[in-house]
Ligand binder design. Sequence first.
Ligand SMILES: [Zn+2]
Ligand SMILES: [Zn+2]
Length: 547
Amino acid sequence: MSKHGKLKIIPLGGLGEVGKNMTAYEFKDQILVVDAGIMFPRNDMLGIDYIIPDYEYLRKKADKVVGIVITHGHEDHIGAIHHVLNDLPVPVYATPLTRGLIEVKLARNNAGSKAMLNTVEAGDSVEIGAFKVEFFHICHSIPDSVGLGITTPAGFIVHMSDFKFDHTPVDGWPTDYAKLAEFSKRGVDLLLSDSTNAERPGWTPSEMVIGPAFDKVLTEAPGRVIIATFASLISRIQQVADAAARHGRKMALAGSSMVDNVKIARKLGYLDIPDEVLVPLDQALQMQDHKVVLMCTGSQGEPSSIVGRLSAGTNRQFDLKPRDTVVLSSHPIPGNEETISNTINRLLRRGANVIYDSIAHVHVSGHASQEEQKFLINLVRPKHFMPIHGELRQLMRHAALAREVGIPEENIIVAENGQVVELTGGRVQLGERIPGGYIFVDGESIGDIDYGVMRERGQLARNGIFLIDISVDKYNGRILHDPEIITRGFVSPEDAEQIIPEVRKKVMQVVNGGGMDSQKDITNAVKSYLHQETKRRPMVFVTLSKA
Ligand SMILES: [Zn+2]
Ligand SMILES: [Zn+2]
């Protein structure tokens, strides 16, 4: 087939970071979007619930977007879908389980009614505008994951989202290697592939290794076993249910996201949990402790999750008991290590036994390691290679692996979010740069919080505040009564007792002296005085009322 035209590959998220995966493919006046995920905030992103990709580029060309294809049901691939559909009411294509999880998400955000959801199956080929998309099955830590073969007039792309080459997956359905081999024969112009574990040598162990680890935990636990993982880690939930059944324990689910996801996955046949194994939480809490497994969220130590609340003693429905065993069945997302460590310490202090991935095989990665990544490149033999999904160091490592297996240096493209890549005449080159940053979601506010606000929050947190309330006579400008001064997070109460009268004197002097009359002048005077006395810079606020 002769190739013509220019295909733009537009990374909007997931390149140079872990999470909020989103890629757009643009040919002439048509745009196909792959995935719409969220990213969890770093520790220094104060007050932020989550982050979504900056998809301003798509919003500007909303009439050109022909569809959104979702590769699987993890939050870093579907989490932003309700935001995106709000701006781009276009058809969505997903496999049955992924679609089910999207429906749950849309319903929770009251965005379900107008969404145009289309179900596709692995093996299907769908024409979406100028793009022919072939869906093929891949293994990951959630069933029904797909990779994409995307045929465009400018060339043929293989888009490999999160994957691992697991020969004994939990659902018994291995990756469609034959399809990848067939693509290779057809000639692949560009392969995009998951870089998450590009620094990890060898081969990622099969999900099956977790079974014996859970058996050991359930045999040895004297009381309740509380297992935390992501609500979307459907394969893990299946493994816990199997283990519970083997050990004569009942399983109950805590937390609405876990309950909703299990409900839809069971309904669609992706979770095989007998009715007699799954009991409502209320019932489980009445049973003998050694007969119970509770599944919940909070494996990343999130303070608002069930495990986070258990560690703090603030969970409403049930509290931790001294003989409980808590299992954190996930790996820390970069940036969460400290929170998780604190949570483990708090759980231990409250008397629980805590088991996590560095002391037992209670978690295995869902992402390919180096040997699998090289195997994929060898199987597909693409002309060009572009690492996706990972921080820059992982993208670079993945690029090095591609060189090792013989992809020429000049045919490897390491790009970060917002760096457009162009495929023309069978050649790949860098194109324009477009916005590819963060949109912060903080409760109901989407995108109102920027780095300026974040810096202010950081400054408040680091240096504290100093508030001065002054009332002056509107006729002669003299202070009516002593300025009221409050300080928080700045100095100890004892030091504050010493500093405040001095600041009060200073303020009265300058205002009564008539030398300064504006808030700004007083603020600056106080700031420099505080810095001189304490060598620190709290945020200073002055309110000046005239009466
Ligand atoms: Zn995933
Ligand atoms: Zn992912």
